[in-house]
Design a protein around this ligand. Structure first.
Ligand code: NAP
Length: 273
């Protein structure tokens, strides 16, 4: 029952109408019997600062921030968590006593999802494809989890080099990335390769370890990476787990409670259709 004391939460994105977060967070509030509501707002980039200021004035307790605001919003928060600083973006904000605390829960979402799936990153060799915002969160998660050799390969080499220098990982030529696979334990696609039907695997594949695990951050489509896993009979995980776990970490920051993951998994299946 909503009333005058209902606590307010939201997601800010541009666009945001496709977002699964309102359904997921509201389901968790309902499940935990919390008098809270989670809405979606679509401020264009020039209104982001004013949108944040308005939410503060209106007494919002927390927001998620998504594309394209994750980097820009760092200017408008009072404190930034160490991981968010390193990753270079904020996706979760908590409003406390008039101050804004910025976090990045994408890296936690990824490592918690792998932990839930019993994939241990310690001493593993990992190849990351892509060097955008998602890749930065994944690189941080891999380095923090004690992975052994982490390689990054990206269509635009300079972006991979920049990311490699920040996280002290190795760069590999994307067109030859298949040559690395015989020694790789985990292949992570953080790139948008697969969002278009015409996208193809950016490297040739010959031999792979039979124990190779493929993780594709894209969760609602067949991609060249999911097809590769299918062709080679490899274990494959898609980004739905990460999406849910990053939201769960936000929920925990705001409410102190860790929500029911299974409820969100069922909801996401229906949402994707
Ligand atoms: P981004 O910052 O725009 O970066 C996109 C990356 O994809 C760049 O490295 C780009 O290479 C590469 N790329 C794009 N098209 C490609 C193609 N056809 N072949 C090879 N590489 C290509 O985007 P992002 O925020 O990192 O997101 C990337 C993907 O991850 C999106 O599909 C997003 O939905 C997904 N994601 C999922 C989650 C989750 O929770 N499941 C979280 C974050 C992101 P260049 O540098 O050469 O342009």
């Amino acid at each position: 029952m909503l009333n005058a004391e209902t606590k307010l939460f939201a997601i800010l994105g541009y666009p945001v109408k496709h977002s699964f977060s309102p359904q997921m967070q509201n389901k968790w509030f309902e499940k935990e019997k919390l008098n809270c509501i989670y809405l979606a707002f679509e401020p264009s980039p020039e209104y982001l600062e004013r949108a944040i200021e308005s939410l503060k004035i209106l007494g919002f307790q927390g927001v998620n921030v998504t594309i394209p605001h994750k980097v820009e919003v760092m200017k408008y928060v009072d404190f930034i968590d160490e991981a968010a600083e390193k990753i270079g973006s904020v996706n979760t904000i908590a409003f406390k006593n008039g101050k804004l605390y910025g976090y990045n829960t994408d890296h936690l979402g990824f490592s918690q999802d792998l932990a839930a799936k019993k994939v241990n990153l310690k001493n593993k060799n990992v190849l990351v494809i892509g060097a955008g915002g998602g890749a930065r969160a994944i690189a941080h998660a891999l380095v923090s989890s004690g992975a052994k050799d982490v390689y990054i390969a990206n269509r635009t080499l300079e972006k991979a080099e920049k990311l490699a220098s920040i996280f002290k990982i190795k760069v590999f030529d994307i067109s030859r990335a298949g040559e690395l696979l015989p020694e790789i334990d985990l292949l992570v696609n953080t790139s948008a390769c697969g969002m278009k039907k015409t996208d193809i695997l950016p490297f040739k594949v010959d031999k792979v370890k039979s124990s190779l695990v493929v993780y594709d951050l894209i969760y609602n489509k067949m991609t060249p990476f999911t097809r590769l896993a299918g062709d080679k009979g490899l274990k494959i995980f898609t980004g739905d787990g990460m999406l849910i776990q990053q939201g769960a970490c936000g929920f925990k920051i705001w409410t102190g409670k860790y929500p029911d993951i299974e409820v969100a998994e069922k909801l996401l299946k229906k949402f994707i259709g």
